[in-house]
Design a protein around this ligand. Sequence first.
Ligand SMILES: [Zn+2]
Length: 95
Amino acid sequence: MIDLSDYPDEYLECRTAHAWKTSGWWLEQNRPRIYRKTYLCERCNMIRIDKADRNFNINTRRYIPPPKYKIEGGRVYRHTIIAAQITKDMVKNNE
Ligand SMILES: [Zn+2]
């Protein structure tokens, strides 16, 4: 299992759910009937950009991660994230 003991707590929390804030849908500049919704995570500063077409289908979703969010060393499984969260919380709760 990948060692996440040095991975920032806020990033670890965001690996299960971001704290998104958004200002809603806007018309894309110079693109008629293409809509854009930008989200900012208030905890880790991840940016998410959704674009919807004229039929209101979201056809692109892009993420711009904060520095060092990416975990090196292969695929990161959900149980690895949960295990790291539990380990950190158990240590914290016993201090
Ligand atoms: Zn986040």
